[in-house]
Design a protein around this ligand. Structure first.
Ligand code: SAM
Length: 236
């Protein structure tokens, strides 16, 4: 069963485009300003790329996208293909488990940039314990060592004050505990009302990686704290 994709995700994303636009704009500004390599892009959890800027995708020579959702590929084409073709970006869309084929992709495309697009914050729904999520993330970081990679993921989500203005994006470093004063101040800016769900992504990116926090008004009265960051390949 797909808990985070499928027609209900597409329906929500399509309906919420206006509400999510300021969040997507903050993601776009951050992605465009980064200096990650832009030859090949391996995109995990692409869906239809509802929150992905075509302008950034078009900077790559080729995109290899993975999603377990069979609706993802046709909808991704509908949203992005025309502009990608115009700009000469080759598109390879796969329906399947992008995490399972990661090891092979890393070895087949050592020059590629690997991007996890709002997928790692959902590991907590498919792994039974905090330890299991930790082990999965440790293995993932190890597999990705030879390549440049990054992720946008949920840090936390929950009830929020309605109608507050989206805060400006906050720059920080990976590994910040949500209990830290900086984390608490950010939650206050988003209008978080306790209790919030911890998506267990504090350790996704190596400690100290520069990250941006962006608030995501997911639905009325409910918000997400998104974190995005990337790191270069680790020399052998
Ligand atoms: C929250 S949605 C984000 C979708 C997308 N990034 C967007 O902006 O529209 C998470 C996506 O990850 C996909 N997904 C979950 N596990 C996956 C896996 N192991 N491999 C590939 N895709 C996966 C789901 O099908 C879903 O489309």
């Amino acid at each position: 069963m797909n808990l985070t994709g499928g027609w209900h995700w597409h329906w929500r994303a399509w309906r919420s485009q206006k509400r999510w636009a300021p969040t997507s704009a903050q993601i776009e500004a951050w992605l465009m300003a980064q200096t990650m390599p832009r030859k090949q892009l391996v995109l995990i959890g692409a869906s239809a790329g509802w929150m992905l800027p075509t302008s950034w995708l078009a900077q790559f020579d080729a995109i290899y996208a993975w999603d377990i959702d069979p609706l993802a590929a046709p909808l991704f084409r509908w949203r992005h293909e025309r502009e990608l073709k115009r700009q000469g970006t080759a598109l390879h869309l796969h329906t399947g488990d992008g995490l399972a084929q990661l090891h092979d992709a890393v070895h087949a495309m050592p020059e590629a940039f690997f991007w996890f697009d709002n997928v790692l914050g959902q590991l907590r729904f498919t792994h039974e314990t905090l330890d299991a999520v930790d082990r999965r993330l440790r293995k993932l970081r190890h597999t990705l060592k030879p390549v440049a990679w990054g992720s946008v993921h949920d840090r936390m989500s929950g009830p929020a004050v309605q109608g507050i203005a989206l805060p400006v994006a906050h720059q920080s470093t990976a590994g910040l505990a949500m209990e830290a004063p900086e984390g608490q101040a950010w939650l206050q800016q988003i209008g978080a009302i306790s209790p919030w769900l911890d998506h267990l992504t504090e350790q996704v990116l190596p400690q100290g990686t520069p990250v941006q926090y962006t608030a995501w008004p997911f639905k009325p009265g409910y918000a997400h704290w998104l974190e995005m960051g990337w790191c270069p390949a680790t020399p052998p």
